[in-house]
Design a protein around this ligand. Structure first.
Ligand code: SF4
Length: 401
């Protein structure tokens, strides 16, 4: 098996790319890859043949490949993937659940992760060495994970060390971060968390130290801190573009929670005005949002929790109930179609998918599957031995919570 294209190409989301996929009619029809490229996106280059294949032919060819590879292939589909991709997934879920399933399916040699880069890295860390993780499009990153660059976090850690005893500072990173950041946490007595166990990870950390450095999502960190009774004045935001994070020595020394200045470009689109409008339109509406939303949105909602929590709440709700949901549109649309007895819609009337998740187009899926059949391992995601070792330590601490 020859390995092709291992390096991730980080292509930040541009305003142009984000606006291309924001539509008010909710029609996110998949076009040929060539049509997507003509609209101005810059994704991973791919042989010309795949650019022009129609959605119907893609469907036939992907199913043929799946049939040929079925004994060794596991396709994972993150909840935020578009319908035209997730329909090929053997399992769907959030990033951690999918990686865990891949590790349990040890006979599956080829793990194709329809998600984003940090998810494929996590899958590589927790699966066995005989399993190979593939990301169909190496430009499918995550804008939040990209906000915590390794060098910036290392600099921050060193700068904080000039003021604090680092033994009393516990680094905690959200699953949505690179393996390098998880590895820093593993090396420095820290831990990884998901949006469903962030509070437990914070409690674990305060049992071992006096302060937490939370990466990379300031909103999940703040919402979790507030839930635990940490006061506003005990939380500060570290801006990696400023000297000493833009903070004074006193602010750092007296804080309990140092929040990295990062956010999710999808979940920070939800606003108080949208909640107000939803309540005006339907006084009985249930507002449910993800904790990556801003504090005012989380405070004004009826429920907040992880992707899996949102799915459980909506699936188990009474018939005829009304739900305005503050999370990624592909998941909201799927919940609406799977629960026709309920009125389910997205809080934001301008429909914007996660534009990096959207970079997984079915043509990329076909490309990597045909590669496997032809003996080419395309877009294999491999974490370095050192990052694998230390990020696993931080992930295992989370599992033992
Ligand atoms: S939804 Fe937000 S956190 Fe999740 S992959 Fe997209 S940008 Fe990253």
């Amino acid at each position: 098996m020859t390995t092709l294209y291992k390096k991730q190409t980080v292509i930040p989301i541009t305003e142009l790319e984000q606006s291309l996929f924001c539509q008010s009619d909710g029609n996110l029809r998949t076009k040929t890859l060539q049509e997507e490229f003509e609209a101005g996106v810059r994704w991973q280059k791919i042989p010309t043949r795949y650019m022009k294949i129609s959605p119907e032919d893609l469907d036939k060819e992907i199913n043929t490949c799946k049939e040929q590879l079925k004994d060794q292939l596991l396709i994972l589909g993150h909840h935020y993937q578009r319908q035209e991709v997730i329909k090929y997934a053997d399992v769907t879920g959030d990033s951690y659940k999918l990686s865990k399933i891949a590790s349990l399916e040890s006979k599956k040699k080829w793990i194709v992760f329809c998600g984003v880069h940090f998810m494929a890295e996590t899958a590589d860390v927790i699966t066995s060495k005989s399993q190979n993780v593939i990301l169909p499009n190496m430009t499918a990153g995550c804008s939040m994970a990209d906000m915590a660059q390794l060098e910036d976090v290392e600099d921050a850690w060193n700068e904080l060390g000039t003021i604090l005893n680092l033994k009393s500072l516990i680094p905690v990173t959200y699953m949505n971060s690179t393996a390098g950041i998880k590895s820093i946490c593993g090396k420095n007595n820290g831990i990884v968390c998901t949006s469903s166990n962030a509070q437990k990870a914070f409690e674990w950390s305060f049992d071992r130290g006096e302060k937490i450095l939370f990466l990379p999502d300031q909103h999940l960190g703040r919402n979790t801190g507030l839930k635990m009774g940490i006061k506003d004045e005990d939380m500060v935001v570290w801006d990696p573009n400023k000297i000493m994070g833009g903070l004074t020595t006193k602010e750092i020394s007296s804080s309990k929670l140092i929040l990295w200045k990062g956010h999710c470009s999808v979940h920070t689109r939800f606003t108080l005005d949208q909640i107000k409008k939803a309540k005006e339109n339907h006084p009985d509406v249930n507002i449910i949002v993800h904790p990556e939303c801003t504090r005012d949105v989380v405070d004004a909602s009826d429920y907040n929790g992880s992707t899996e929590y949102i799915i459980d709440m909506v699936n188990n709700a009474e018939s005829n109930s009304i739900w305005a949901i503050g999370t990624e549109i592909n998941l909201v649309k799927r919940l609406a179609s799977e629960n026709p007895d309920k009125n389910i819609y997205c809080l934001d009337s301008v429909v914007c998918p996660c534009s990096t998740m959207y970079r997984i187009h079915p043509a990329y899926l076909l490309w990597v599957l045909e590669g496997l059949i032809a003996g080419y391992l395309i877009n294999n995601v491999q974490v370095s031995a050192e990052d694998r070792k230390y990020s696993k330590i931080a992930i295992d601490r989370m599992l033992n919570l």
